[in-house]
Design a protein around this ligand. Structure first.
Ligand SMILES: [Zn+2]
Length: 456
């Protein structure tokens, strides 16, 4: 008898969950289709990104950033949200300067001018030295007695075997971030890295370096991939080579930048906040359309699409354009700190910071019941070509938010992201309008489900 009751209860529960899922599907699939149709027909986000990109790249402290902040906050004010406001953030201020010279010399004569970009945060350089090529930090440890007085060249290629390119980013990026301090420990005078990119062009890719406190600071720069290969071949030929490195980049201290926030207050649960955001700053190469201007504009579009399709949502939906992700994460830290101080409750947060390519899935940091719940929404999410929902890896800017039921990273296709990332290739013309709008729609559909259906 007991077994029979358990069996009957289980059947009821399964049936109930099944019916609930079916109800969600029949109610929200037409709304998801409306979101996709509006995004694709109007292409508003794509057009706004075009306007935003005219301000140029948006590094913390730059005049471009000030112009871009003004543009986007005025645009958001015109969108009819309940409120638009800014939070002041203190951020590191680094400037590239106009001199980036890297001359390869053989027998004292110029062999080739190599294409470089200073790594973000690097000190200036004015030196000539011999070069030693290393393949890894293990290689550095083995040859530590040979690096004093030399330029260390970390030649670590992007592993093209990984299906998802973010898996390939992790290894070589370590040489960019900590290569200079690791090499300086053994007396190196500068570090060159092979650009962290999946492309075989000669455009250098910048990105942040981090100096260790206890070690002398030395300059760091990234070589274009073609020139990295060229240098490696020359070194293998065994001729003594020198490099002259001149860069006039400078650390200027601290700049005042802003988190830019817009929100639509929830109808029945205004105190349950769903954040959708990206980072508004960018490196000073290209115009930062993929990283992460596109993600920011998509986040603004989410609020617009929700407003148009469902009117006032049940929960509060807040778009946050975080300041200074690239060289400090100070915007994310400030935002989460203020939220905690003001006792705000974040129900969920979605971040878009993997380029604006065609939708694939969502990465979710949450307990397994919550992930299973979001998985049940796949029939609705598939209307914008989201294919999967998986555990882990949400995003840097939302990672500081405490107590949320789910932290979610929007995952578009990553095949071309590291072609453009942190380089002059990251420009508006490298953005596909349809892919971008499908991404906005994907984030809007998930936001709608989080707000209107909820995670219970
Ligand atoms: Zn980014």
């Amino acid at each position: 008898m007991k077994k029979l009751i358990i069996f009957a209860v289980t059947i009821f529960a399964v049936n109930f969950t099944y019916r609930q899922a079916k109800d969600t599907d029949s109610r929200y699939i037409p709304l998801a289709d409306s979101i996709v149709s509006i995004a694709m027909n109007k292409m508003e986000g794509y057009k706004i990104l075009g306007e935003l990109s005219k301000a140029g790249p948006r590094l913390s402290g730059s005049e471009n950033l000030q112009k871009a902040e003004k543009f986007i906050s005025e645009y958001m004010k015109g969108c009819g949200f309940d409120t638009v406001y800014m939070q002041e953030v203190k951020a590191p201020w680094w400037e590239r300067g106009d001199q980036e010279i890297c001359i390869l010399k053989s027998d004292g004569k110029t062999d080739k001018n190599l294409s470089i970009a200073a790594l973000g945060g690097s000190i200036a350089a004015d030196l000539t030295a011999d070069v030693i090529e290393l393949s890894s930090f293990d290689d550095l440890e083995q040859k530590k007695d040979q690096v004093a007085g030399k330029i260390v060249f970390f030649n670590v290629p992007f592993n093209q075997k990984n299906l998802y390119t973010f898996a390939s980013y992790g290894e070589p990026v370590g040489y960019r971030v900590s290569g200079p301090s690791r090499a300086a420990k053994y007396g190196a005078v500068a570090v060159l890295i092979r650009s962290v990119t999946s492309l075989y062009d000669n455009v250098p890719h910048t990105g942040t370096l981090r100096y260790a406190d206890s070690v002398k600071q030395i300059p760091g720069a990234a070589l274009g991939v073609q020139d990295a290969i060229y240098l490696s071949e020359k070194l293998k030929a065994g001729k003594p080579l020198q490099i002259t490195l001149k860069m006039n980049c400078v650390n200027r201290g601290e700049a005042t930048v802003h988190n830019i926030i817009g929100e639509i207050r929830g109808k029945s649960k205004p105190d349950e906040i769903i954040v959708v955001g990206g980072h508004f700053d960018s490196w000073d190469k290209g115009d930062g359309s993929h990283d992460d201007g596109g993600g920011c504009v998509q986040s603004v579009e989410v609020l617009k699409l929700i407003k148009q399709v469902i009117g006032r949502p049940e929960r509060t939906i807040r778009c946050v354009l975080f300041a200074n992700e690239e060289n400090g994460l100070k915007g994310a830290i400030e935002y989460a700190g203020l939220a905690e101080k003001n006792n705000e409750y974040h129900y969920a947060a979605i971040e878009s910071d993997r380029g604006v390519f065609a939708p694939l899935g969502f990465n979710i940091d949450a307990d397994s019941a919550t992930i299973a719940r979001i998985n049940e929404w796949l029939p609705v999410l598939r209307r914008s070509r989201i294919e999967w929902v998986e555990k882990g890896g949400s995003g840097a800017d939302i990672s500081r938010i405490k107590g949320a039921r789910a932290l979610i990273g929007y995952v578009p296709d990553s095949q071309r992201y590291f072609d453009v990332h942190h380089s002059d290739n990251d420009v508006y013309s490298a953005v596909n309008a349809r892919e971008m709008e499908l991404g906005s729609a994907s984030m809007a559909i998930l936001t709608m489900l989080l707000s209107e259906v909820g995670l219970d």
